[in-house]
Design a protein. Structure first.
Length: 242
């Protein structure tokens, strides 16, 4: 029963995230106007907003003007539902499941916004950092978050000085703090390494085309992989450094 509730909660939050992803970067209210078609501006009925089901029933088109509805909508809803399900299954604890589910939902929204707009709004990144303080014991999470954020700040200064231009963004520093808060030092370093390994081929591929690839999605993915497989990754790192 709890898994069902977490699934429904994830779908509902995913639906809300789609609103946040589209409106927050445009400095629009997330409450007004109510849900409407971005093309014809027609107000949607409540049954047009049922996560995933409405998109399938409408065959990915607006019920009024028949404009195509982006696949992003059901995809974000499904991913968010999976995030909440995995968070509950990992801890089998409602409180921890909600905390980590909410945290990774925020990071998902930040990642999509960064990919779409090349910007990361503070109104989402700072709440993500705040939630990360509750991922473990608050003193430990707070200390490790500050340690990672400070380390990334120093790294940013050094790289910027070497290449003579701004390296990384302030949002990367905040997400580094989230990584430290959630995972601690050893696993946090592992998460950043995984993020770099995943990002390198993508940067090499699109860099030749002059496309600026954001790093937040890769940091988020590195964090999530490390968090899901924390025991296995900790054992592997223990062998490496043992």
């Amino acid at each position: 029963m709890e898994i069902v509730l977490f699934t429904l909660l994830g779908l509902a939050i995913g639906s809300f995230l789609n609103v946040v992803i589209l409106r927050v970067p445009e400095n629009q209210s997330i409450s007004f106007p109510s849900s409407h078609c971005p093309k014809c501006k027609t107000k949607l009925k409540f049954y047009h907003n049922i996560p995933v089901i409405s998109w399938i029933a409408l065959r990915g088109k607006c019920a009024f003007c028949h404009e195509k509805i982006s696949f992003q909508y059901p995809l974000v809803e499904l991913i968010t539902a999976m995030i909440f399900i995995i968070a509950y299954l990992k801890y089998e604890n409602i409180t921890q499941g909600l905390i980590l589910g909410l945290l990774f939902a925020l990071l998902l929204a930040l990642s999509v916004i960064d990919l779409r707009y090349k910007a990361v709004p503070d109104i989402l990144s700072f709440p993500a950092l705040f939630v990360a303080f509750f991922a473990r014991s608050i003193p430990e999470s707070f200390y490790d978050a500050l340690l990672f954020a400070g380390g990334f700040s120093l790294l940013r200064m050094i790289i910027s000085w070497i290449i003579k231009k701004e390296a990384m963004g302030e949002a990367d520093i905040i997400i580094a703090g989230v990584i430290g808060g959630v995972l601690g030092v050893q696993l946090g370093l592992g998460a950043i390494y995984i993020a770099a390994v995943i990002a390198l081929p993508a940067f090499l591929l699109v860099g030749k085309k002059g496309f600026q690839l954001p790093f937040i999605p890769f940091l988020t993915l590195g964090l999530y992989i490390t968090w899901v497989f924390d025991t296995q990754i900790a054992a592997l790192m223990g062998k490496i450094y043992g």
